[in-house]
Design a protein. Sequence first.
Length: 220
Amino acid sequence: MKLANWLYKWGVDFALRQKKNTCISDDEQVYVALEHLEIKPGKRQFYANICCTKKHQLGNFNLAAYWKRKYRRKPPKVPWYILTSLPSLKLTLSFYAARWGIETLFKDCKTGGYNLENTKVNERRLLATILLMTIAYTLATFNGISCKKQQLDEYICRPTEKQRAVPRHSDFWIGLYGFLWVESMTLWSDIALGLMNLKPHKRLYFQQGLKALFYLQSTV
């Protein structure tokens, strides 16, 4: 919350996700937890000139509340509560959605590819680990970009989904799992070929996959 106040004072636009138990007020007296706002799946609301948290009573901010509609009869578990300096709901949501590029990077570094949080090393070794990880991350990302240019990503993952405006996986993820696919075929090629022989009517599909594998091997 102090970060929001500092950004506001310096005139920096921001959009910061808030927890559902954060309290806001529009009259500086009665504070209500965000989870008690009447936001339902498929609904969105914009609150202007609010104060945030009973303890700090920081303001005047705006708040964008948005709960995505149900998809396949299941709504997202929680709505978005975004504290912002931006003047409209549409601008706030687009501003916040643009953050997902860096969020994907954080996921790759923490759990999606590397497990940096569980290294528990001292500062010097952490810096060395981050340097090695940066080199490996860059190589995997370049490999992912190359796979996408050759339209090989469809063999590695499901690149898109219905109702999804952004790709499911980063270039890093595609490059990393493309390498794992090559390694798996190297280790288990006999078993894979044996399974393919059990489905002769799908031979053309298997040939396409093996051709994609050949191109993947050339990029790794």
